[in-house]
Design a protein around this ligand. Structure first.
Ligand SMILES: Nc1ncnc2c1ncn2[C@@H]1O[C@H](COP(=O)(O)OP(=O)(O)OP(=O)(O)O)[C@@H](O)[C@H]1O
Ligand SMILES: CCCCCCCCCCCCC/C=C/[C@@H](O)[C@H](CO)NC(=O)CCCCC
Ligand SMILES: [Ca+2]
Length: 582
C-alpha cells in the first residue's frame, strides 16, 4: 500500500495542507491567498494514536463522533526538562475533512504508516507497580497519568500491584509470559533491578545457559523493559531518557522506542550472580547505601543524610582491583563526548557485538576461569587504599548529578567505566564528590583514575577479610538488640522483614563490619558493594560487561539544549527526526 497522501484539511475555520509522506506527517496552514504559514512536522514514528471523530482524553476520554473528523495524537516536545533531555507531552489536533471517504483514507493511511515505521509498538504489557517506592505515589501515577495514554494507544495492560519485594522478579522467572511485548515497572531503580534480574534469568533458563558462569555469553532478552519513574533516585530512567517524568516515559513506551543497554554481571565465588547497569560501588557508595537503609522512613532524602554521615566518617578501604581494558581506539571516558539519542559509538558497537548473532555462549566452566575476552587484552592489576571503587555501564546521571558518575560513558557500547578514587584527604574527596553536581571534571584530580573496561575483579588483600570476620565473630555475640537491629536492616530487599531472630547469613556477615562501624564507632576495614541500590552479600567479585543485553522503551537523551536553541520549531523537529533515523 502506498502510504503517501495529501489533501486540504480544516482545523476550525483554518485551512491546512496536510501531507503524509510515509516517514512524516505535516500540516501547513494556508491563508486565503494560498500562501503557506506555519508548518508542524511530526515523524510518523512519533504519532501516538489516530482516532475517528473529535476525541479528548482529559479529564476523561470523550468522543464526539462526527463522520468527517479525525484526531491525531502525537509527541510534542516541551522546554521544561532542565538543561538536558526533553519533556514529552501529548499533542492533539482535530482535523475536519471534505468527506467521510477522505476521512477514512486519512485514518487508514496514518495507521498503516504507524505499523510500518514503528514496528516495536507494544500491544500487550505486563505492568508491576511498587506501591511503596519513592514518595509512595506509584499507583496514583500509573492510574492518573499513564493508563489513559496506554488506553488511547490501544495497549492492553495486565497490572500487578506488588505485595512484597522480589514479587516482580519471581513472576518473571516463573510465570507464563506468552503474549506480552514488554514489561513495565512503576517504581525506582530497585523495581527496575527486579525486572532486570527476572528477565535476564528467564532468558538464560529458556536458552539453557548457566547465568552464574562469568565465562558464558548471556542471551539478550527478547522483551522490552519500560520504566515509569516513581522512585527515589530513578537513575536508570534519567540516564536513558534524560528526564524523570512519567508522561514522557509512557510516550516512549507507546511509540515503541528501543534503547539497548549494557549490563554488568557480578559473580561471587559461590556461584551467585547479580546484575548492575548504573552503579556497582565499593567504599563510599556502599557505605552510603548501608547507612541509608536505616533511614528508609526519610524517603528520597535518606541518601543526602547518609551521604553526609558517611562522608564525615572519613573511611578508606584496602582492595585489589584487576581490570580488562576496552579498546582505547573506540572511545575513552575522558573524551568529553556524551552518549545522546542516535549515538554513533553505540551504533557502531551493535555491529561489533552482534556480527552475525550466532554466538550463544559457552557451556558452564569453573568459576573465575579466564574469560573468552581475555585473548582481547591484558589484565591490569592495582592494589592500595581506596575511598571508593565504582563501575558503571552508563553515565548514571540523575537529579543529584546531572552529568553522572561518568559523563562520557555509553549506554550500549559493551563497556563500563571503572572509577578508582584513591585514599585522599577529606577536602580532596569532597571536591571529587562536589564536582558530580556541576560540569567540572571529577576525573581531573590527582587521586582519581578512570578506565574504560570489559571486565573487573575485586578482592580484599589476603588476611584482611578473614581478620575482619574473626573480629565480627567475637563482636556479634556481644552486640545488644539495638545494634542487632541496625545490622538487620541492611538488606534492601529484606528491608521489609524483621531479621532479628534469623541466623547470621552471609549477607549479614558481609554488611556487619560497616554497620558495626557506624553503631559502635569502630572503623571497619571492609566495606560492602552497592549494586544498583542493593547491598551485595559478598565482597570478592568478578564482573563482566554484557553489551546490549536488554532493551528499554527509550531512545537515549535528546540534546535539549541544542533543540531549545534552534530558532525554528521545524528545525527542532528536524533534529529529532534525524536522531530517530540515525
Ligand atoms: N510491595 C512491596 N513491598 C515492599 N518492598 C517492595 C514492594 N515492591 C517492591 N519492593 C522493593 O522495594 C525496593 C525499592 O523500590 P523502588 O526501587 O521502587 O523505590 P526506591 O528505592 O524509592 O527508589 P530508587 O530505587 O530509585 O532509589 C525495591 O528494591 C523492591 O524490590
Ligand atoms: C557535596 C555534595 C556531594 C554530592 C555527591 C553527589 C554524588 C552523586 C553521585 C550520584 C550517583 C548515583 C548513582 C546511582 C545509583 C543508583 O543505582 C542507586 C539506586 O537508586 N542509588 C543509590 O545507590 C543511592 C546512592 C546515592 C549516593 C549519593
Ligand atoms: Ca556502556
Amino acid at each position: 500500500m502506498d502510504l503517501g497522501l495529501e489533501s486540504s484539511l480544516w482545523v476550525g475555520n483554518k485551512r491546512y495542507r496536510a501531507v503524509l509522506t510515509g516517514w512524516h506527517f505535516k500540516w501547513t496552514e494556508v491563508d486565503k491567498k494560498n500562501r503557506d504559514k506555519k508548518t508542524v512536522l511530526v515523524p510518523v514514528a512519533e504519532v501516538a494514536g489516530v482516532e475517528e471523530g473529535r476525541v479528548e482524553i482529559l479529564p476523561q476520554k470523550s468522543v464526539e463522533d462526527t463522520d468527517k473528523d479525525f484526531t491525531v495524537f502525537y509527541v510534542k516536545r516541551s522546554s521544561g526538562g532542565g538543561s538536558y533531555g526533553l519533556l514529552w507531552r501529548l499533542g492533539r489536533i482535530q482535523f475536519s475533512c471534505a468527506s467521510r471517504v477522505l476521512r477514512d483514507q486519512w485514518t487508514k493511511h496514518l495507521r498503516a504508516a504507524l505499523k510500518t515505521h514503528s514496528p516495536l509498538r507494544p500491544h500487550r504489557l505486563l505492568v508491576f507497580i511498587n506501591p511503596f517506592g519513592g514518595k509512595k505515589k506509584g499507583r496514583q501515577i500509573y492510574h492518573s497519568l499513564v493508563a489513559p495514554l496506554f488506553e488511547l494507544a490501544g495497549i492492553s495492560s495486565h497490572v500487578i500491584v506488588t505485595e512484597r519485594a522480589n514479587q516482580a522478579r519471581d513472576h518473571l522467572l516463573k510465570k507464563d509470559l506468552t503474549g506480552f511485548d514488554g514489561v513495565v515497572c512503576v517504581g525506582g531503580d530497585g523495581m527496575f533491578s527486579e525486572l532486570l534480574h527476572g528477565l535476564i534469568g528467564r532468558t538464560q533458563q529458556e536458552a539453557g545457559l548457566c547465568e552464574n558462569d562469568p565465562a558464558v555469553a548471556l542471551q539478550p532478552c527478547p522483551l522490552h523493559i519500560g520504566i515509569i519513574p516513581a522512585g527515589s533516585t530513578d537513575c536508570v530512567c534519567f540516564a536513558t531518557v534524560g528526564v524523570v517524568d512519567p508522561v514522557t516515559s509512557a510516550l516512549h513506551i507507546i511509540i515503541g522506542d528501543s534503547q539497548p543497554l549494557d549490563v554488568c554481571s557480578v559473580h561471587d565465588v559461590s556461584a551467585q550472580v547479580r546484575y548492575s547497569v548504573s552503579l556497582l560501588g565499593y567504599g563510599f557508595y556502599g557505605d552510603v547505601l548501608a547507612e541509608s537503609e536505616k533511614h528508609r522512613w526519610m524517603g528520597p532524602l535518606r541518601y543526602d543524610y547518609s551521604g553526609a554521615v558517611v562522608y564525615l566518617s572519613n573511611r578508606s578501604y584496602s582492595g585489589i582491583v584487576q581490570y580488562l581494558p576496552a579498546d582505547p581506539l573506540l572511545s575513552s571516558p575522558r573524551d568529553k563526548t556524551r552518549c545522546l539519542a542516535g549515538c554513533s559509538v553505540c551504533s557502531r558497537s551493535t555491529e561489533r557485538l552482534f556480527p552475525h548473532s550466532s554466538d550463544s555462549g559457552s557451556l558452564y566452566s569453573s568459576h573465575f576461569s579466564q574469560f573468552s575476552t581475555d585473548s582481547e587484552g591484558e589484565w591490569v592489576s592495582v592494589e592500595g587504599r581506596f575511598r571508593c571503587v565504582s563501575l558503571t555501564c552508563m553515565s548514571s546521571s540523575c537529579a543529584r548529578s546531572p552529568l553522572g558518575l561518568s559523563p562520557s560513558a555509553h549506554l550500549a557500547d559493551g563497556t563500563g567505566d571503572l572509577i578508582l578514587v584513591w585514599d585522599t584527604h577529606p577536602l580532596g574527596f569532597l571536591k571529587f564528590l562536589y564536582r558530580h553536581t556541576s560540569t567540572q571534571d571529577q576525573f581531573d584530580l590527582p587521586f582519581v583514575e578512570v578506565h574504560r573496561v570489559k571486565a573487573v575483579r575485586f578482592s580484599v588483600p589476603s588476611g584482611r577479610e578473614e581478620q575482619e570476620y574473626e573480629e565480627i565473630g567475637g563482636f556479634s555475640s556481644e552486640i545488644d538488640e539495638g545494634q542487632r537491629e541496625c545490622v538487620d536492616t541492611v538488606s534492601r530487599n529484606g528491608s521489609q522483614q524483621h531479621l532479628a531472630q534469623r541466623a547470621m547469613t552471609s549477607e549479614r556477615k558481609a554488611a556487619t563490619p560497616f554497620l558495626c562501624g557506624l553503631c559502635c564507632k569502630k572503623s571497619p576495614s571492609v566495606s560492602v558493594w552497592n549494586c544498583d541500590g542493593e547491598i551485595l552479600p559478598f565482597t570478592k567479585i568478578v564482573c563482566k560487561i554484557h553489551g546490549q543485553l536488554v532493551r528499554l522503551y527509550a531512545r537515549g537523551i535528546e540534546d535539549g539544549a541544542a533543540i531549545r536553541n534552534s530558532e525554528e520549531r521545524d528545525e527542532c523537529q528536524r533534529i529529532c527526526i534525524l536522531n530517530s533515523l540515525k
